[in-house]
Design a protein around this ligand. Structure first.
Ligand code: FES
Ligand SMILES: [Fe+2]
Length: 447
């Protein structure tokens, strides 16, 4: 049928209390192509964390949408990010996810690049009878248009026409701080990571992080396990919250500019949070307000490709869209640099217990994502209804908590935990419409 205007996929009428999303945004391959072009390739994307490339010649490979990217620290310690594609015939030059190499030699015909992206060898150049025009060309890896860091998180853009990173992050910086200021000497990605694909659109994971409503149904079996543990059976060392008590707290959501968003809720048992034991030290360093926010459970999204979540332990999860119905997720746990080994071990066990395909929660989520993706095949239905919970409690601008924290959200929601607001999905979809509309109309993404 062809793609319609971006606005026609998101029925967003705040004055009427309506927010609905057309199922085609999750299943139409044509829209997916436009998303790659007009969203991923025209805005800032999260790439990696500086501690992942701590030493000279360290590198990590990732993607911006479907564009392979390598982020490298050169011999002098400077960070660069390049298209991971050989200038000769386009093969990926760095074939591993992470490593340390002074030189990257392309497997196909042996062209070589150093850690600053400079071409240092073209095999058999002397005997090639290359024309002068070839010699005049630049053969280095192509740097991406923009690269910047905030609190150790590295972001990049394939388009030069983006706002400065910190302006783009806006108040999401507060939620990054809550992650990255937990350790007195900083935070690091704990070595190792989990990567997996699921049969669902990339936005399913983005939304899932903003969806407290699914927890007691989709993760019902996990809640039953947690309940048994509290009665002294199974892995009693696991420190999950009491899920019943958890239902009697306040929940809230903020919508920020540029598609960023965050859902949070208070905790009934702060002493069960990983951060709790260090709270005095943290308070003295970052002040009581941020320390209190670190205890809250938070799930923030950097649009379009990063989840900054601290439900059980602080994690960073990156979504990589592979096709309209397949997504790769890379999941990392972060911890304070210099953390005591027994605390580090406990953190890792918590990480494994809940998230990731080997944990108790992720298999539930990726199963229901696949169910949704199949369900999107149903004809005769158009708009989905899963975006309305909490709208009745939404207010323009900052609410009390936001004002106290110095935040300026576009809108705020607060309510009882069982309100289970779905409004955390609005900001990403509003930015989705804005960027898609600009792209389709031939306008710049950031006027
Ligand atoms: S594609 Fe890299 S050397 Fe030919
Ligand atoms: Fe979940």
């Amino acid at each position: 049928m062809g793609v319609l205007s971006a606005r026609s996929y998101v029925d967003d009428r705040p004055a009427d209390g309506v927010f609905r999303v057309h199922r085609d945004v999750y299943s139409d391959p044509e829209l997916f192509e436009l998303e790659m072009k007009y969203i991923f390739e025209r805005t800032w994307n999260f790439l990696t964390v500086e501690t992942q490339i701590a030493k000279p010649n360290d590198y990590i490979t990732t993607f911006i949408g479907r564009t392979p990217v390598v982020v490298m620290r050169d011999a002098k310690g400077n960070i660069g990010a390049f298209l991971n594609s050989c200038r000769h015939k386009g093969a990926t030059v760095c074939r591993f996810e992470k490593g340390n190499a002074k030189f990257h030699v392309c497997l196909y015909h042996g062209w070589a690049y150093d850690a600053s992206g400079k071409n240092v060898s073209i095999k058999q150049r002397e005997s090639a009878d290359y024309p002068a025009a070839f010699d005049a060309e630049n053969h280095d890896l192509i740097p991406i248009a923009k690269l910047a860091s905030y609190k150790g998180l590295i972001f990049g853009s394939l388009s030069p026409d983006v706002p400065p990173l910190e302006e783009h992050l806006g108040d999401l910086k507060f939620f990054i701080d809550l992650h990255m200021e937990q350790g007195a000497q900083g935070m690091e990605i704990i070595p190792g990571r989990v990567a997996y694909t699921y049969r669902g659109n990339w936005k399913m994971q983005l939304e899932n992080g903003q969806d407290p409503y699914h927890v007691d149904t989709a993760h019902g079996s996990f809640m039953a396990i947690a309940e048994r543990r509290r009665k002294g059976q199974g892995n009693t060392a696991a420190q999950e919250q009491d899920w019943q008590k958890r239902n009697n707290v306040q929940i809230g959501a903020y919508e920020f500019p540029h598609g960023h968003t965050s859902v949070w809720h208070d905790v009934a048992e702060p002493e069960r949070r990983a951060v709790y034991a260090s709270l005095d030290e943290i308070k003295s360093r970052v002040g009581p307000l941020k320390a209190e926010w670190m205890v809250r459970m938070r799930n923030a999204v950097f649009f379009p490709n990063l989840q900054i979540a601290d439900q059980i332990v602080p994690i960073l999860r990156t979504f990589r869209p592979i096709s309209v119905g397949v997504t790769e997720l890379r999941s990392n746990v972060i911890g304070p640099i210099g953390e005591a080994p027994e605390k580090r071990a406990a953190r890792l066990r918590q990480f494994e217990d809940f998230v990731n395909p080997g944990g108790y929660a992720t298999p539930d989520d990726i199963t229901v994502f696949a169910d949704c993706q199949v369900g999107f095949g149903a004809t005769g239905v158009d708009f989905l209804q899963g975006y309305s919970r909490g709208i009745g409690a939404s207010q323009q601008g900052a609410n009390e908590e936001a004002i106290e924290a110095g935040l300026h959200p576009v809108s705020s929601v607060k309510g009882h935990r069982t309100q289970n607001t779905e409004t955390g999905t609005h900001a990403p979809f509003r930015e989705w419409v804005r960027l898609m509309e600009a792209g389709m109309a031939g306008r710049k993404a950031y006027p």
